[in-house]
Design a protein around this ligand. Structure first.
Ligand SMILES: C[S@@+](CC[C@H](N)C(=O)[O-])C[C@H]1O[C@@H](n2cnc3c(N)ncnc32)[C@H](O)[C@@H]1O
Ligand code: SF4
Length: 342
């Protein structure tokens, strides 16, 4: 660490403060945003429309703060898992998933996670730190495939709505005219239902994905301790107060575990639970993690489950598993990297 503050990840208001501190006119903030988020420079020296003396003042106190990934693994199916260093001995994962018609990046929001879901490798790591807006945005900006990206999903390591302040800065930069100017419809935030949900529903137009995994409270609690503090029932009641009939979408993620939540009774209960919400359900294959006695359901059962939901009027798809050969479960590669360092 060189003690310099990072410009990448700052909102326009924050850049205005930097401009004022540097004795620059207000419009210099917009110029800096342009260099950062449109031209994607990696050094202050490249900001050539800022007076040389001011640039050198800026260089003494600030840096752009873009950092290339420290490692990657490429799957036979084209999926690439990147590791970004976010502090001494700390790494987070981002997964680049190209398909025929889109290129999606799955981004991390925390180092580890407090939520401790039974099936999740990131949960097993425990919580180390919230990522800063610089560290979240850097996964997008320093991605070698940055220019190809069409979609971003906050489905990497961590619970994004437990780090809502930094998340919101990144969402602003991605969607504001001064930043990436993306439509919020290209961005999905996935949550198990944390305290930042109401703010997200009120203040953002990005899509929402909710990790549900069981229609029954006691069963969900056995998988996800959050069910105690923030039950799915309350999450659904909150969601019902918002409009998902137009551009904004809500989906529910459902990992299908063998002999646990894969019965048709579960599918019916799920359909009943979601009947008042215009939504879709994504069925996910479980990626096995060490020392957890859960297995993925087989494809035949998942198809029956999907068909039951579809027959009840709920659009349901089975999500294609990508990158199975490269530590597919989120948190597996960074855990391996941390062990290597130890
Ligand atoms: C890693 S979480 C991050 C976002 C947020 N914390 C959440 O849980 O929705 C993204 C998705 O991955 C799922 N997931 C976690 N561990 C998994 C595993 N071993 N196999 C398949 N999906 C998993 C979660 O249930 C969630 O739907
Ligand atoms: S599934 Fe999401 S909320 Fe649960 S431990 Fe993993 S990252 Fe955290």
């Amino acid at each position: 660490m060189n003690g310099k503050k990072r410009l990448l990840g700052m909102t326009l208001d924050e850049l205005k403060e930097v401009a004022s501190e540097a004795g620059l006119p207000g419009y210099a903030a917009k110029q800096m945003a342009d260099w950062l988020y449109k031209k994607k420079v990696v050094s202050i020296a490249e900001m050539t429309n800022i007076a040389a003396a001011k640039r050198s003042w800026l260089e003494n106190h600030y840096e752009v703060g873009a950092m290339a990934p420290s490692d990657f693994m490429k799957s036979v199916d084209g999926t690439i898992k990147y590791l970004f260093q976010v502090g001494e001995g700390r790494f987070v994962e981002s997964v680049y998933i190209p398909t025929e018609d889109r290129a999606t990046l799955c981004v991390s929001s925390q180092v580890g996670c407090k939520m401790n879901c039974l099936f999740c490798m990131t949960g097993k790591q425990g919580f180390t730190a919230d990522l800063t807006s610089n560290q979240i945005l850097n996964q997008i900006q320093s991605l070698p495939e940055n220019e190809q990206l069409t979609n971003i999903v906050f489905m990497g390591m961590g619970e994004p709505l437990d780090n809502v302040g930094e998340l919101f800065k990144v969402l602003e930069i991605l969607t504001a005219p001064y930043g990436y100017a993306w439509s919020p419809k290209r961005i999905t935030v996935s949550t198990i239902g944390a305290k930042g949900l109401k703010r997200f529903l009120d203040e953002s137009d990005c899509h929402l994905a909710v990790s549900l995994h069981s229609p029954y409270s006691a069963e969900r609690l056995s998988l996800m301790p959050v069910e105690k503090a923030f039950p799915a029932h309350d999450v659904l009641e909150l969601i019902k107060q918002y409009d998902f009939t137009h551009q904004r979408r809500v989906s529910f993620e459902y990992i299908v575990f063998k002999d646990l939540n894969d019965s048709l009774k579960h599918a019916e209960a799920l359909a009943c639970l979601l009947k008042e919400i215009p939504c879709r359900v994504n069925l996910i294959r479980f990626h096995a993690i060490p020392d957890v006695p859960l297995e993925s359901s087989d494809m035949g059962k998942m198809e029956l489950f999907r068909d039951m939901l579809n027959s009840k009027g709920i659009i349901c798809t089975i999500r294609a598993s990508r990158g199975e050969d490269i530590f597919a479960a989120c948190g597996m590669l960074s855990t391996a990297k941390n062990k290597q360092k130890d």
